[in-house]
Design a protein around this ligand. Sequence first.
Ligand code: ADP
Ligand code: MG
Length: 327
Amino acid sequence: NETINKIAAGEVIIRPVSVVKELVENAIDAGADQITVIVEAGGKNRITVRDNGCGIAYNEIPLAFKRHATSKLSTIEDLEEIESLGFRGEALSSVAAVAKVQITTRFENEEIGSQALFEGGALIHQRVCAYNRGTEITVKDLFYNTPARRKHLEKDKKEEAILRDQLEKIAISRPEIRFQLSSNGRMVLETPGTGKVIDVVKKLFGSEMADNLITLNYENKPMKLEGFVGNLKTMRTHREDQMFFINGRFVKNNRLSKALDEAFDGYSMKHQHPLGIVFIELPGRMLDVNIHPAKTEIKILNESLVCLLFKQGIRETLRNASLIVEL
Ligand code: ADP
Ligand code: MG
């Protein structure tokens, strides 16, 4: 059973960023509006995620760390209407299978908190303790019992960059949450939690950059676009600053990137890419949410049509911003 858990963990937990993503998504699902992430050695030696969400009841802790234990799905039909980020009940068990995990938490309806320690998937001890409302999970020595995986990790700096990048995307999609990331004792990311995407963007890219953004607010049924695109002062030679969120979830999609580039056609130069932070809303029937264990992948069913509408929306926005004069 321990072996099965280790194998299963291998699909979900690939590197420190996987741990950060899963723990942060749990914190979001728990209703937190403050989430602090602390990492050491790029997350290899330590990852702590602290939230002020609903917490976990003393009796529920062993269950939360069991495979396929989730409190978020009651019936199978729920799969169609997934609102919470996690729903497979695999994250905590997977993390605990390949690291040493300490959890301190207090459920909102309980007077006293609890603390538990898991190693290699096994519950080592659990006790009651005083704790504020919320949850803190610390993951130490990731892959200590699967040395082959540990060896495959990148250098600390690189792992830190990867997880920071991930956290930035989550922070942009959740402007109402205050995020903090501290790495080796240094604060490397902090968002204000005002609820406005632009305030997160200002923090991440600087206010000078934020002054060069064009606001998107476009609807062409059934698609809605919000967010920002950069003006010509912010053109890039790479596409790293093109971020798309479909119904609130970050997606990687080359065709959307291409459509964004094309919307600037005739204006930008070759090999230049506009900056874009675009929130796309589409009805669920136009999407295919693939429930792969490692990631929730969203596919657009009629991608050509959506890309066309998307390009029109950007183009019209640019025209209204007098950035592009139609011939
Ligand atoms: P899933 O998120 O898919 O339900 P996880 O393994 O990530 O599965 O978590 C298992 C369960 O533990 C969750 O369903 C939730 O009830 C509880 N849980 C995990 N993290 C937190 C947290 N930070 N705050 C409150 N409850 C949590
Ligand atoms: Mg989860």
